[in-house]
Design a protein around this ligand. Structure first.
Ligand code: FEO
Ligand code: CA
Ligand code: CA
Length: 695
């Protein structure tokens, strides 16, 4: 709370960096940004795309026919969950629905305070943090005696995505489900010497993956806490190397997915680099495998025939790399098991209501560096999943299920719905322009007053048909980036989270940044990525034609171009910039039930302050009025925002507090939350007066 600011520790650091700290780059994505962009494809500009599409009318027509098969009914956001309890938070609740009202909380000012800071009138508390025992019988966490066996029973490191799913109908208990993206040995192990040994590597990989924990409401307030005793029958850790996943969809069983350990190509142990995710309308949780290449070594000795695809996914084919997961499991050495690389980079689906369930990897949704996956049900009943590929100059995708959701509230219906993501059509987005000639990379708004245009969803593959000449269905789904290159998809400024509004059905995508836009031989700014050297990112709105999420055409616009509002290249839907909070590097998105967009940031210290959570109305006179709702501690990223369906609780995941170059356990960059050294954890914010967040 602001009046407490003078009492909060302000960490003094060499800390006016541009963008993400090098330590985060190293451990999250193996310094991807220091390497050339993996997308060296010569995607044509829009005029050429149009020409090609005309000459490819056969393909376009095939796509349209495909849609006739999967349904063309108009659509809105999805219905309530078919299965457990109430609609999951953060998905498709339709309560409220009034156009965005002013958000009356007092904006948190930009700061470098080593604490979570919330507006006056709000309280916050840690729900669960790294090391907390979560499985019955789990050992207490011991900094000096960390083991993989213990870590697999404790809350993991670097929490990212969060979902809240009510348990029963009383509203007092819920499941918190999410993931742990990656580990950082320098901040985890006292006396760390610079290269992890096998035991430390095992702890690191055990600390990543996914989690399910039971939480309980505290005295009917908006506060929630971890249930710390009892059977806790849903609590679960899913790990990066051990939990068995079933591959589903058209590429399951293909030669590209077969290995010595899995000659059938149908089972994978582990999930890697899970970043954001989504809750399905049938009450399961999706999670995106993002920077999965980080787990592997030995791409330099992979078969030459695989190297172009490996390079396209950011693998270093000139050096062995590492050490990494091969220290604990040889299948992560691509010199010996090259196809293992193809078994990561998928959307995974977990049923949090059944601890014994086998989670799945859905090949029909394509393989790339999935940020997350947002599911809506079209009015015709098809499941439509939007997903971004988070790397510079990568693409935005959507999947349309072949089958329709069974809306019956029965166990059998839920089981049927859990097969929906195994069969359907995958598309990639191409954006056209209305003001192409005016885009000069400065961010100056065109004469028509908007960065906007129309766009198309280009089909890549259905269950049985590849729409990409020269590639089979399995090749399209396994090497999806190469397929998207071939059809002229639009190269975007790092697509992160994508979320549909529960009120309007319009879809929002965070493009977090792309400092290399327009540099060297890279593509220059275009209308949908309107700034060169885009350090602060922007948000794109997609409105599917006829409000139909299965449509193959849409209109788009850019409601927000982020940065310091005093920077003339910024744009906030025309709102008075003097009243707007500075915001940089939008990453995770969510909605409250009245349709306000909530934006969590990653790397806001591109502006000199800590990351945080921001809110912005999307309708009415307050449209574009971005206000900072909270900030996270020094060196941390704000992830996984969730607003509970009753609107009274807001959860965020504080990821990598203190992740600043040269920080260690002994010399921490952050002391949050316990005063000793940084520990990732989940925070809930609520109002003691019982009113709704932001109301
Ligand atoms: Fe893991 Fe794209 O952020
Ligand atoms: Ca325009
Ligand atoms: Ca992210």
């Amino acid at each position: 709370m602001p009046r407490e600011h003078p009492l909060l520790p302000i960490v003094s650091l060499p800390f006016r960096r541009a963008g993400r700290d090098p330590m985060t780059c190293r451990y999250r994505c193996a310094n991807s940004c220091a390497h050339p962009e993996p997308n060296a494809s010569s995607t044509p500009y829009f005029g050429e795309i149009l020409e090609r599409s005309l000459s490819r009318r056969g393909v376009a027509r095939a796509g349209a026919l495909g849609l006739l098969v999967v349904g063309t009914a108009a659509s809105t956001a999805g219905p309530a969950a078919a299965a457990p309890a109430a609609p999951p938070s953060g998905t498709t609740s339709t309560s409220g629905g009034r156009p965005g009202r002013p958000l009356p909380f007092e904006a948190v000012p930009p700061n470098t305070i080593d604490a979570v800071v919330t507006p006056p009138g709000y309280q916050h508390a840690v729900v669960v943090k790294w090391g907390d025992p979560i499985l019955p019988g789990a050992p207490e966490w011991d900094l000096h005696r960390q083991t993989a066996e213990a870590q697999e029973q404790q809350f993991g490191y670097n929490n990212d995505y969060l979902a809240m799913l009510p348990l029963g109908t009383g509203g007092r208990r819920a499941l918190l489900v999410g993931n742990h993206e990656y580990a950082n040995p320098e901040l985890m192990f006292p006396g760390y010497t610079g290269i992890p040994d096998a035991a430390q590597t095992a702890v690191m990989f055990a600390s990543a993956g996914m989690f399910v924990v039971e939480i309980e409401q505290v005295e009917r307030t908006g506060q929630w806490r971890l249930v710390r005793s009892g059977q806790r029958p849903y609590n679960r850790r899913i790990t990066t190397t051990n939990t068995v996943f079933e591959l589903t969809g058209p590429a399951a069983g293909s030669a590209l997915l077969r290995t010595a350990a899995d000659p059938a190509g149908r089972w994978v142990r582990g999930t890697q680099a899970n970043c954001s995710g989504g809750v399905t309308p049938w009450g399961t949780v999706l999670s995106g495998e993002e920077n999965f290449h980080f787990a592997f070594v030995g791409a330099d000795e992979a078969p030459e025939s695989m190297k172009p695809a490996l390079r396209r996914y950011g693998f270093d084919t000139a050096n062995r790399g590492g050490p990494s997961a091969e220290l604990i499991d040889e299948r992560f050495d691509l010199a010996r098991h090259p196809h293992e690389a193809n078994r990561f980079g998928w959307i995974v689906e977990v049923d949090p209501f059944d601890r014994a369930s086998v989670p799945r990897k859905h090949t029909a949704l394509g393989r790339f560096k999935h940020e997350g996956a947002a599911t809506v049900i079209s009015r015709g009943g098809h499941a439509v999943v939007y997903s971004g590929d988070d790397e510079r100059f990568e693409y935005i995708y959507k999947f349309v299920s072949q089958g329709r959701m069974d809306r019956a509230k029965s166990r059998a219906a839920r089981q049927r719905n859990m097969t929906l993501l195994a069969s359907g059509t995958l598309y990639v987005a191409a954006f056209d322009a209305t003001s192409a000639a005016e885009i000069d990379g400065s961010g100056t708004l065109p004469a028509d007053g908007a960065f906007n245009g129309r766009g198309r969803w280009i089909p890549l593959a259905s269950d049985t048909t590849s729409f990409v000449p020269g590639m089979t269905v399995a090749e399209v789904l396994v090497n999806t980036r190469l397929a998207a290159d071939a059809v002229g998809a639009t190269k975007m400024d790092r697509p992160e989270d994508i979320e549909p509004s529960p009120v309007t059905g319009k879809v929002y995508c965070a493009l977090t940044n792309n400092s290399r836009r327009g540099a060297d031989a890279n593509p220059p700014a275009d209308e949908v990525n309107p700034r060169n050297a885009n350090r602060h990112g922007h948000i794109v709105e997609i409105a599917e034609d006829r409000g139909d999420h299965t449509a193959t055409t849409f209109v788009w616009s850019v409601p927000v171009v982020c940065g310091d509002p005093q920077d003339p290249s910024t744009y906030f839907s025309g709102y008075d910039k003097s009243a707007v909070s500075p915001i940089s590097c939008p990453d995770n998105l969510t909605f409250d039930s009245t349709g306000n967009l909530w934006i969590a940031t990653d790397s806001a210290y591109a502006l000199g302050g800590n990351d945080g959570l921001f809110a912005m109305p999307l309708a009415g006179p307050e449209t574009g009025h971005v206000k900072q709702f909270l900030s996270v501690p020094v060196g941390a990223e704000c992830c996984g925002p969730v607003i509970s369906s009753d609107g009274r609780s807001c959860f965020v995941a504080v990821q990598h507090p203190g992740e600043i170059t040269n920080s260690t356990v002994e010399n921490p960059g952050s002391r949050w939350p316990d005063g000793d050294f940084g520990k990732p954890g989940i925070v809930v914010t609520w109002r003691p007066d019982g009113r709704r967040i932001g109301a």
